[in-house]
Design a protein around this ligand. Structure first.
Ligand code: PLP
Length: 376
């Protein structure tokens, strides 16, 4: 198998499995219990919190564990809205993940007004559009760091500055950017920032929300006193430990994106753009994550190409894995290139730190053979 779909999910690293294993076998107590067999796990959870905090330059107290980033995204937006009940306006973009877009659509039904900022044909966001959209009514701005379909990076530092100067809370979905590019909440002062473990080699089912000290926060899940009362529910100690170790590994692996992944991504991209007729890059060539390339194959349906690639052992995708079972063309590509067929004729390849040159060579061959067969 040649796995080029790391933006969908990643494999669990052996180090991560080793770290979580005791909590699945011998150390299965409840951290809230009064006896040592349970309560000693509090220390384990706090160690993981420190590791996740370190990945993003935060204080451990600013990290709240969650079940996934969908929860983190929903929780952050809801907390910001609750903190300013008189403000009924949200600013986001047309290319956010469905966990933000669909929550915003649900909020519209409750009477909130939502501005969906456009992007240009390269997927870039104009800060001037944000400045024009924010009003005295705006409670929260929710914009992603790196796009899951194209890898395009938003100008999050400037976004944070605009929000700060206008007194509006800023939530950043950093799910794709985390562990692939440096994130430091001291440099990019977002109020809330979402992460999920399964995009950087922890298992699925654990996320985190960074909540800046003094940023308003009310629980999304009401329950027990876990997570200092900020998120009810017995802690999933094995998954939290896994996310901590994955964050630790991610910090060590970060330089690999510049040293290796970017060159392999470019090799794949260049070979396809030069070697396969009627192909086109989607997304800004430079301002994007080092591991992602999104390419339109004009005249070829994404699904047909993905099927042949799958038969050749190559895993790639035509956009967000969360929407893969819907017939909808990519909302990201539609926002970038309205009226174009690109949204139904594109493939996203996303590499990982373990992707080898041989994987890329085999993928290039598979793409050439599949496109030749489909165009025949
Ligand atoms: N945000 C982005 C940008 C994503 O790519 C994803 C996952 O695909 C999510 C949020 C949701 O993450 P989770 O699967 O942990 O809910």
């Amino acid at each position: 198998m040649i796995y080029l779909d790391h933006n969908a999910t990643t494999n669990v690293l052996p180090e991560v499995l080793d770290a979580m294993m005791p909590c699945l076998t011998t150390e299965w107590g409840n951290p809230s219990s009064s006896y040592a067999f349970g309560s000693r796990l509090k220390t384990v959870v706090e160690a993981a919190r420190e590791q996740v905090a370190e990945l993003i330059g935060a204080q451990p107290r600013e990290v709240v564990f969650a079940g996934c980033a969908t929860e983190s995204n929903n929780a952050a937006i809801q907390a910001a809205l609750k903190a300013a009940p008189g403000k009924r306006h949200i600013v986001t973009s047309m290319v956010e993940h469905s966990s933000v877009l669909n929550f915003c659509k649900a909020l519209e039904k409750e009477g909130y007004r939502v501005t969906y900022l456009p992007v240009d044909s390269e997927g870039l966001l104009k800060v001037a559009d944000l400045e024009n959209a924010v009003t005295g009514e705006t409670a929260v701005v929710s914009l992603m760091w790196g796009n899951n379909e194209t890898g395009v990076l938003f100008p999050v530092k400037q976004v944070a500055e605009v929000c700060k100067s206008r007194g509006v809370l800023f939530h950043c979905d950093a799910v794709q950017a985390a562990a692939k590019t440096e994130i430091d909440v001291r440099q990019v002062p977002a109020d809330y920032l979402s992460l999920t473990g399964h995009k950087f080699h922890a298992p699925k089912g654990v996320g985190a929300l960074y909540v800046r000290r003094k940023a308003p926060f009310s629980p999304f899940l009401h329950g027990g006193h876990q997570e200092r009362g900020l998120r009810g529910g017995t802690e999933s100690v094995p998954l939290i430990v896994a996310m901590g170790e994955a964050a630790n590994q991610a910090r060590k692996r970060l330089p690999i994106y510049d040293e290796k992944v970017c060159a392999l991504r470019d090799m794949l991209e260049d070979a396809i753009l030069k070697g396969v007729l009627n192909t086109e890059l989607n997304g800004h060539k430079v301002q994007r994550l080092a591991n992602t390339t999104n390419i339109t194959f004009h005249g070829i349906e994404s699904e047909a190409l993905l099927l042949l690639l799958d038969q050749a052992g190559v895993c790639a995708s035509s956009g967000s894995a969360c929407l893969a079972d819907s017939d909808e063309p990519s909302h990201v590509l539609r926002a970038m290139k309205p009226g174009s067929t690109a949204s139904r004729q594109m493939i996203r390849f996303s590499l990982g730190t373990d992707t080898a040159r041989a994987d890329v060579e085999a993928a290039i061959l598979a793409v050439k053979q599949a496109t030749a067969a489909l165009r025949n």
